[in-house]
Design a binder for this molecule. Structure first.
Ligand code: ATP
Ligand code: MG
Length: 437
């Protein structure tokens, strides 16, 4: 993509409405535009990031045997009357009436709907377990939408649901998601800590929140440092490994939210315990027959007797992650995208458009990036060098490749790694390999 043609409405000044750094940088980098309180359009740069995050989340769900479906955003109220949540949910639920006066709602979550799908066709334990997920917009009329996409009213969530015949099997499903989440967040370049959680309005028996660590996080967490070293191990585990042993080891390590932490009884010595700030990006629940029993989602066990199916639900805040990643990865100059979610792989800066040598060298590299399967953003605009550097730093692409008249004449380019600021000069022929490697 050529920057001269790219729709990138960046801002020079800090927008006054943004209280936290990710919101500020998303607006300044032209990623999003607010349309109403907590409701955003995603502009090309932001949309690319959102799609990248979504794809990592999807690949990890698929890897653990979860099957993708797509349920609608609009749901009939009657389903929620069956579970009793239509009245319980209160003002967070956006209620709608259609032309025939039927009560509808914009889904804040999908337990009822997926239970309905399940009960209409699955009748025997032989068809279990089933793991289903979708990635769909949700609406919750939050009391205080704020912090940009971190607490929106309309937001994109990956929500998965598990169906099992008994508790032991349901625990195996829970463990799959537990490990899948650690692996997902590691792939996104984040440090994620599972913290035992209250089950809240979804109800049930067992629940963990996944908090990613960022200095600006909303909540305080106390963590055993060994929890920060699980990335590689989680990424190497698959659904057929002994996940129970791994999960037991991990949940045996200390991690507590502020309100649960008790310094006196904490098993980690004070000198080792880490006090960090966290942002909730995922939440998993096991809740047994909370929905299947009232909604009549039963399956016949080996003895032929029908019983309510055992369920769990598993959420990841896909749009919140776009903000959370920035909270975890930025500097004074702007965003620093982890490679896995960067909107482009590399920014190519032509310092002197119109100069025949610069144009030819930049155009050639641009083509070579494409040929190598890389996605470049080519700054071909006639702008001051300082403005080009500042904008490239702001939008945070992992690599910058700078072509100037002197380098172009000598057959070299300057390469900068955004995360470290490290700069090196390389022969033009070596540039693509360096970035690919
Ligand atoms: P929170 O405690 O932050 O309000 P929640 O516990 O109500 O979230 P869940 O029902 O567990 O949220 O939803 C699963 C995930 O969806 C959360 O972990 C979070 O990442 C994301 N999420 C929830 N509410 C919002 C929101 N208003 N805006 C953006 N993402 C959200
Ligand atoms: Mg939650």
């Amino acid at each position: 993509m050529r920057l001269s043609q790219f729709f990138l409405p960046t801002l020079k000044e800090n927008p006054s409405e943004a209280q936290i750094v990710s919101h500020r940088l998303m607006l300044r980098a032209g990623m999003i535009r607010q349309q109403a309180a907590g409701i955003y359009s995603w502009l090309p740069l932001g949309f690319r990031v959102l799609k990248k995050i979504e794809q990592v989340v999807r690949e990890e769900q698929d890897r653990f045997g979860c099957q993708e479906i797509l349920m609608p955003t609009i749901q009939p109220a009657d389903l929620w009357r069956e579970s009793g949540r239509y009245d319980d949910y209160g003002k967070e639920m956006l209620r709608i009436r259609d032309r025939s006066d039927r009560d509808m709602l914009y889904g804040p979550t999908n337990e009822e709907m997926v239970t309905d799908i399940f009960r209409s066709s699955v009748k025997s334990y032989k068809q279990l377990p089933q793991l289903l997920y979708h990635i769909q917009w949700k609406f919750r009329d939050e009391v205080r939408p704020r912090f940009g996409v971190m607490r929106g009213r309309e937001f994109l969530m990956k929500d998965a649901y598990s169906f099992d015949i008994d508790y032991d099997s349901a625990r195996r499903s829970y463990n799959k998601f537990f490990v899948c989440y650690l692996s997902t967040f590691a792939r996104l370049g984040l440090k994620a800590v599972p913290v035992k959680a209250d089950t809240g309005p979804i109800g049930g028996d067992l629940s963990h929140e996944f908090q990613i660590l960022a200095e600006t996080g909303e909540s305080q967490v106390y963590v055993d440092p060994r929890l920060l070293e699980l990335d590689t191990e989680a990424r190497q585990l698959g659904p057929d490994d002994d996940l129970a042993a791994f999960v037991d080891r991990v949940t045996g390590l200390y991690a507590a939210a502020d309100e649960m932490h008790d310094a006196a009884s904490c098993p980690v010595p004070a000198a080792e315990l880490q006090t960090r700030r966290g942002i909730e990006v995922g939440h998993i629940f096991y809740f047994g027959s909370k929905y299947s029993a009232p909604m009549g989602a039963t399956v016949a066990g080996p003895d032929g007797t029908p019983r309510p199916v055992e369920m769990g639900s598993y959420g990841i805040g896909v749009s919140r992650l776009a903000g959370a990643i920035i909270e975890a990865s930025h500097d004074d100059a702007g965003i620093i995208w982890p490679d896995a979610v960067a909107p482009f792989d590399v920014g190519l800066i032509n310092l002197k458009p119109g100069d025949a040598t610069c144009d030819a060298v930049a155009q050639d590299l641009y083509q070579r990036f494409h040929n190598a399967g890389l996605d470049p953003l080519y700054d071909d605009r006639d702008e001051r060098a300082g403005a080009k550097f500042a904008e490239m730093d702001l939008i945070g692409l992992p690599w910058q490749v700078v072509i100037g008249p002197r380098g172009a004449a000598n057959g070299v380019a300057e390469i900068k790694r955004r995360a470290t600021g490290e700069k090196i000069e390389l022969p033009l022929d070596a540039v693509v390999a360096r970035i690919k490697g």
